[in-house]
Structure formats: C-alpha cells, structure tokens
Design a protein around this ligand. Sequence first.
Ligand SMILES: [Zn+2]
Ligand SMILES: [Zn+2]
Length: 450
Amino acid sequence: MASSSSAILVRRTITHLKNHPPSLSWCLSNHLLLSRNNSQSHNNNNNNNMAVPPQQQAASFSTQQPSNAGGGGGLPSFMRGAVYWEPNKPLTIEEFHMPKPKAGEVLIKTKACGVCHSDLHVLKGEIPFSSPCVIGHEITGEVVEHGPLSDPKIVERLPLGSRVVGAFIMPCGNCSYCSKGHDDLCEAFFAYNRAKGTLYDGETRLFLRSNGKPVFMYSMGGLAEYCVVPANGVSILPKSLPYNESAILGCAVFTAYGAMAHAAQVRPGDSVAVIGTGGVGSSCLQIARAFGASDIIAVDIQDEKLEKAKIFGATHTINSAKEDPVAKIIEITGGKGVDIAVEALGRPQTFSQCTHSVKDGGKAVMIGLAQAGAVGEMDINRLVRRKIQIIGSYGGRARQDLPKLTRLAESGIFNLSHAVSRTYKFEEAGKAFQDLNEGKIVGRAVIEIV
Ligand SMILES: [Zn+2]
Ligand SMILES: [Zn+2]
C-alpha cells in the first residue's frame, strides 16, 4: 500500500488559469469594485499582526514568477479572491499566492459561491469580522489537493478530482461538541474562524501576491478561485447536481435543515410559519414540506417573494406590510398559533412576531443573524405559563447533514433550480451584494467562479 504522504502529495494538472491576464482591469467591471491602486493603499494602511510564513514572505518579493512555478506540478501559483477591507467599502478582487492546505484540509478549485446575508452583514459592518478578509461561505468545487500528512481515510473519501459541496460551519472533528456529533457548535470553528478569521491552527491560508500580507477567511473564504477547507466540512456532490445551484446547499439549505431537523424537529402534520422568505427562509419552506408539515405559512413584505413561496410549499402567504402577521397566523390556525415559527431576518420586531405566532408549547426558532448587540424581547409570563420554547439555530451538522441534503436535492425533494433565481459572474461580486442589499434578489443568487 502506498504511503499516505506519497498518495496525497499528487496534484492534478490544471491549465486553464495559467494564462491569466496580468492586467487588473476586472476590478473596474462594475462600480462596486475599486481600482487596485485604491485597494493597495488600503492594504498598506492596514495594521494586522498576523504572522507571514517565511515561504510566503520570500514569494512576496518575486512578482515575475512563471504562472505555474509554485503550484507543485500543475496548479497555478496565483489566484484571485474578493476582499472585504472595511465596512461599506467596495469589495476588490485581488491576486493571492495559491493557498496551501495543511493536514486534514483540502484545496478546492471553487466553481460557485452563494450570495448570503451573513456576508452582507460583514460587508456593512453589522457583524464585526477580522479584516481584510475574503468573504463567501457557500461553495461547490473540485478537490485539487490534500494537505500533507492528511489521514488516508480523507483521501479515500475525497479523491483528487472529486466534485464537492462545502458547509459554512466547518467542524474540527475533535472538540467536545464535534465528538458528540454536534458539529454546529464546533468550538474550534467559533474560536478560530468566527472570532479570528483563521483556520484551526490560528493561521489564514491566504496571502496577497503583491506584498505577502495575510488576509483573513470568512469560513473558507469561498469567494475566490481556490479555497482551503477542513475536510470535515466537505461532502461529495453527485454528478447529477450542477455546481452553480448546489452551492446553496452549504449555507441556505444547510441552515434551513439545521433549523427544521434539529431545532424545530418538524413532524408530519405540524403547522409551520416562516417569517422572511429570502434564501434561507424559502429553503425552510421546502424542508418543512419535505418533512410533511401541513400548514406552511410564508410571511414577507414583498408580494413577488410570497408568490415564489407557493412554489416552495407555502400553503398560505401573508404580506406583513399590509396585515398583522401574528393575527393572521392565529386566524389561519383556528385561533391557536403554529406548532413552529421560524424567524429568518434577525430583527427585534420579527423576533417578537415569531414568539407570538406559536401555540402554547410551540417552538419559536431563531435563525436570522442580527446586527451585533440587537436584543429580542419576550413576555416572561407567557414564556413560563404557556411553555413557549425559544430555540436558536445557526446551521446544520456538516458530517451528518450535508450528505442528507445532497440526497434530498438529488431526488428532487428539495428543488435547487427553483431556489436559485440568479447567477452572477465572479467580476460582478460587488453588484451581487448590492442587489442583495437592495432586496432585488428573490430566493438565492449564486456567483459563478470559472
Ligand atoms: Zn450564509
Ligand atoms: Zn469541533
């Protein structure tokens, strides 16, 4: 049997990036993308104290390397990624040294990355995150390299060339939560990635080509041509599922599944209300239908989204800009309220609507991230006397849930093509987030990275 190190150091030959134009004109392709000069001055002013590995420092002084010199036998030396610098400043597309996976990690050639509100919260400064960073956390792609000394079982499960989908919560596999199967609570993910913008050795895998400076990673930093992901956060994508549509499995559908399967534990015949029918909310409708919910009530302020909600399984729709959603939900359910209400917006007002929509003993599931410091209020006596359950849920459990989600999509029980309403090119990343911010995206948008 071949040693694990010899097996995993093989890199596939990838040629299509070798002839990248040296020009950086892609930065100018829309008004949200700054010129490289702007972004560089940004970067030079940035004080971050992350260590730059020696090999990256050395590489940073060489700008004349042949494009495939550092790829270890086929991969290009450099790649592009979309960088967030500071709140409300445009994304810029920058060149990076080719990221290198470490043990237990895979390098993925990214094919598609979803456009999610969590990224938008970061871009707007509503949720603090280390910067500069590459955003994007909902990806599909192809495995092109394994980290050295990775467990042979990982190589066996994810051979080079595998089509994969990545979950935004990337479990370490070893912490007290992961060891119990609670991947969604992984300590390393929150301590290193969400708190510091790194992977679980405390370091990023992203270094700018221009000066070798480190750039942080929101999850895997998926809005880039390549990304490094802990192998536990990756699952095989069947050939029948297209790269673009399937990207949303890693956050929108993953989050919805976590909420419905683990937090709400939806049973056949349950009544479910979903407040906010964007990418995650509309996925909740589909999952609720898949789990056999009877009454499925969609609440939003846009009629267009509510029309689409019917395709996803909504049996009733409520435009909360025109009528009181709580009163209407109570009316639809014969005066009782729903078994399960899901809040997918992260706002104090909808938090309250969610808790008031559930019946006695019902579950109010909160999945919308809010602006940092936002507080939701609850009538304590109703909570106590009527045994209301308020449950937070951030996402699914990658190792168990991601393979199930792909099967739901493969069988058509979860319809991916209905869920993805729009596709942008990589160079249009800034516009995609602007459109999301302006409420112009119905369902979910995906950025194609080819
Ligand atoms: Zn997301
Ligand atoms: Zn863990």
